[in-house]
Design a binder for this molecule. Structure first.
Ligand SMILES: *Cc1c(COP(=O)(O)O)cnc(C)c1O
Length: 472
């Protein structure tokens, strides 16, 4: 039993600790105010441990204190926002930043960031221009749409479209499509916020054209189709096609909108994946408005793309909400780069990381795993073992929820600690490693680990298993 009061009395004073750490502070160029905050927080947390009689992490002696405070100081000085290694095997992982940009998008991004640009300046007339013209013609080329607009994200795209078309009016949606996408995007809630009234039709599993037809009143402004994204219904189900709705809409003079969610330009069935509706298909079906995300299957920056018939898109552009939801210059810069790749589909498949990872053959992933295993032989000993395993990766981003991509990965089995301790430890590395635990096994899926990641992975794992981090 330790003496609580004695331990409390032995806590270092903030100013003395800072004095003892001045070399570290100077070396890392840590602002004094931040250093003070870090040291105080570290001492406070040890004090809380002592008061709660949790003694296992309480430093004993000057050296241990020095180490603890030094570690905390370096930590507090590191950016909160940092790179991680995605070994979870979910390509469009919303929590890990969704899509990665192609390399050439970076030069446009940094151009926009570090120089003045023609963001809203028409170089031909010398007058004020519109930021949207920088990408509108490309989006129309690629999708076949008459007009296009880009806003902050797809949630914003749906909101502004509904607000423009249906504020104060009724919108008909099938009960089978009233989904929650996650991250608090729920179709009924967005509808309410836009000031439109939701009219649900059909049953959960089946909706027919006559359900829409019967629900139409003189107050109906829109029939909305929502891609169910991260959710699938199987069994006795049926939904009405966009073409059918367009036919009904033309007859009754009601607009039709489709929220595609992921919004892919490429037919993924060529990679053995189930066919997802492409943006081109949606446009061809004749719907008035199509909305989709920039950073899901499209593989670009966070954005919401709105394409469709010119008269409707023009109205959306004029909605004052557009000013509030507008995209910034970095998004525009990188979005244009990404979109340009789609003029050549084969090029897009190699240049755009999201598409590259989805379409990568299992054999290529396997060779990456083998390279990793050759380079980690020195780590494997009594501390851990690595084993090549088959994996099932997911596309993510609400696309193809029940479908898996066959790939390869590494199972890491710690010998002296349990898996959850190791998993936690991996998350505190620089860069943190995010894996997945599958039936009590820790797996790193190499579909989402690039060649570039492998080197860092080897380095941080070496540090973890051979450094002093094990068990902490
Ligand atoms: C993902 C998704 C959204 C939201 O898109 P964000 O770009 O994340 O705002 C909206 N609708 C559907 C169907 C989606 O899949």
């Amino acid at each position: 039993m330790q003496n609580k009061n004695e331990l409390l009395r032995s806590l270092p004073k903030v100013d003395e600790a800072l004095q003892a750490l001045r070399e570290t502070i100077e070396h890392y160029n840590i602002p004094r105010r931040l250093a003070k905050k870090g040291v105080r927080a570290a001492i406070d947390s040890v004090r809380a441990d002592i008061l709660a009689e949790r003694y296992e992490h309480v430093p004993t002696g000057e050296e241990q204190w020095h180490e603890l405070l030094q570690r905390r100081l370096i930590q507090i000085h590191q950016p909160h926002y940092q790179r991680v290694i995605n070994g979870a095997g979910i390509v469009v992982h919303t929590n890990l930043g969704r899509s990665l940009l192609p390399d050439d998008a970076l030069s446009q991004l940094s151009m926009g960031a570090t120089s003045y640009s023609n963001l809203e300046f028409d170089l031909t007339t010398g007058k004020r221009g519109s930021r949207y013209t920088l990408v509108e013609d490309i989006i129309c080329d690629l999708t076949g749409a008459e007009a296009a607009l880009v806003v902050n994200n797809n949630a914003a795209a749906v909101l502004i479209a509904l607000d423009t078309i249906a504020r104060g009016k009724e919108v008909i949606v099938s009960r089978g499509q009233l989904v929650e996408i996650g991250g608090s995007f729920r179709v009924p809630d967005v509808m309410a916020k836009s000031g439109a009234t939701l009219v649900e039709v059909g049953a959960t599993n089946r909706t027919h054209l006559y359900d829409y037809e019967r629900a139409i009143t003189e107050n109906t402004a829109l029939m909305l189709q929502v891609h169910t994204s991260n959710f699938r219904m199987i069994g006795f189900t049926s939904q009405v096609s966009a073409e059918q709705l367009v036919g009904l809409g033309a007859e009754k003079n009601i607009l039709v909108m489709e929220d595609l969610g992921s919004g892919c330009f490429i037919d993924l069935s060529q990679f053995g994946l189930p066919a997802e509706p492409t943006v081109q298909d949606a446009v061809k079906s004749g719907v008035d408005v199509v909305t989709f995300s920039g950073d899901k299957l499209l593989g670009g920056p966070q954005a919401g793309l709105i394409v469709g018939k010119k008269d409707t898109i023009d109205k959306i552009k004029k909605n004052p909400l557009n000013r509030a939801l507008r995209i910034d210059k970095f998004t525009l810069a990188s979005l244009e780069s990404v979109l340009r790749h789609y003029y050549d589909i084969n090029e897009a498949l190699t240049a755009i990381p999201t598409l590259r990872m989805i379409s990568e053959e299992a054999g290529v992933i396997k060779r990456r795993v083998q390279r990793f295993l050759r380079r980690t032989k020195h780590i494997e000993d009594k501390l851990c073992t690595f084993k090549m395993v088959k994996t099932q990766s997911m596309v993510g981003g609400g696309a193809l929820p029940e479908y898996c991509l066959d790939g390869w990965g590494v199972e890491i089995s710690p010998q002296q600690i349990d898996i959850s301790t190791m998993e936690r430890g991996f998350r505190s590395l620089r860069p943190p490693i995010i894996g997945r635990i599958e039936r009590e096994r820790y797996i790193l899926d190499f579909r989402t680990i690039s060649d570039k990641d492998v080197k860092d992975l080897v380095d941080v794992l070496t540090g973890y298993f051979h450094g002093d981090a094990v068990g902490s």
